[in-house]
Design a protein. Structure first.
Length: 367
């Protein structure tokens, strides 16, 4: 019994001394409950939409006021023609466009029937389905409040146009997210573990005292994993195109360049994590909790960011996967080019430069 108590005492002391691992283990259930509790929701609020009002009469204004007053939609644009709607989808990230026909009031009052066209971004099937159902609820409320009489009631015909994913294939939604997750696992995780292993075994100190430049040492460590990540990305794209018939509407070379920038950013996160921890286990746990989990929950890959609490929306800005998934969806599905996604590329590049610089300085000081 005494021997057992000695072993238990030794293990508890070991756990207590490894403060990072202890903190991560205790924080994991709290973080998971908070993340999943606040992020998993089918409700969508303040989705960005555009409205083209060709009638501009009293009834169309009543309908628009009802749409704007709801918590479901946020009208961010009033285009003057249908040609401007495509610009809004690519540059303002709208999820829905509503076209109210000319003579709207007259058609409701006299003909008792009006047709409204809805253009929906179906690159995310779940979001598109929910938003279309919200709009139909608003339409029904509008009719009940304005045209429920003893005489023949007015009706709406809603014509829905499916944009970017007319066949409503789920592959359009998960392929960009899978690419981001693979890059995080292969590039960030393996980079952090590799550099942490070099520190843990003492070989990093030996490398740094050689005439080889510190930058070359770090580059030599991360390039193999970036190459593996690049190969995995190519395989995912090939399978998506040849097996699931997913189109690549944008330039393929530009798409691969975008993936390279994200790989560089992922590697920089792996570098900063390895610079902050002492062991491989710590590097793996920090990467999984601090980068992989937010990539799943805070990137818009599985759950819409718009319906999350404001704090989580702000936190999402600091994780590269959010910007990458927006950009790669725009390139692959919408056919966007550099002018449409340059700001996302810039954000990823700035993140990489800052983290690489901090990592090199910290590694130099510690070693």
């Amino acid at each position: 019994m005494r021997e057992l108590l000695m072993i238990l005492r030794k293990e508890f002391i070991h756990i207590w001394r490894d403060r990072i691992t202890l903190l991560l283990v205790l924080a994991l259930p709290i973080v998971l409950v908070l993340f999943f509790g606040f992020t998993i929701s089918t409700e969508i609020k303040n989705a960005k939409i555009s409205v083209l009002d060709l009638s501009n009469d009293s009834k169309s204004k009543i309908l628009l006021n009802k749409i704007a007053a709801s918590n479901y939609f946020q009208i961010v644009s009033y285009p003057n023609s249908e040609s401007e709607i495509d610009f809004d989808f690519k540059n303002k990230n709208i999820k829905l466009a509503i076209i109210i026909p000319s003579n709207f009031e007259n058609k409701l009052e006299v003909e008792k029937k009006a047709t409204i066209q809805v253009i929906s971004d179906v690159s995310d099937i779940n979001v598109a389905s929910v938003l279309n159902s919200y709009f139909r609820v608003i339409i029904n409320d509008f009719l009940n409040e304005n045209y429920v009489t003893n005489s023949e009631a007015a009706t709406f015909e809603v014509i829905t146009q499916m944009l970017y994913n007319p066949e409503m294939k789920s592959v359009y939604m998960f392929v960009p997210g899978i690419i981001a997750l693979i890059m995080i696992i292969v590039t960030a995780l393996m980079t952090s573990i590799t550099l942490a292993r070099e520190k843990e075994t003492g070989s990093m100190r030996m490398l740094l005292i050689t005439p080889v430049k510190k930058v070359y040492i770090i580059i030599g460590k991360i390039i193999p994993y970036m190459l593996l990540s690049f190969i995995c990305t190519l395989l995912i794209i090939i399978i998506s195109v040849w097996v699931f018939n997913m189109p690549v509407e944008g330039n393929l070379a530009f798409l691969l360049f975008l993936c390279f920038v994200f790989m560089l950013t992922s590697a920089s996160f792996g570098m900063i994590i390895s610079a902050l921890v002492r062991t491989q286990l710590d590097a793996m746990m920090v990467t999984m909790m601090g980068l992989f989990l937010p990539t799943v929950l805070l990137s818009g890959f599985l759950f819409p960011l718009d319906n999350m609490p404001q704090l989580f929306q702000v936190l999402a800005h600091f994780f590269p996967a959010k910007w990458f998934i927006i950009a790669i969806k725009d390139v692959m599905i919408k056919g966007s080019g550099f002018m449409e996604i340059w700001k996302y590329l810039l954000i990823l590049f700035i993140m990489a430069c800052i983290l690489i610089t901090i990592s090199l300085i910290r590694i130099d000081k510690k070693e």
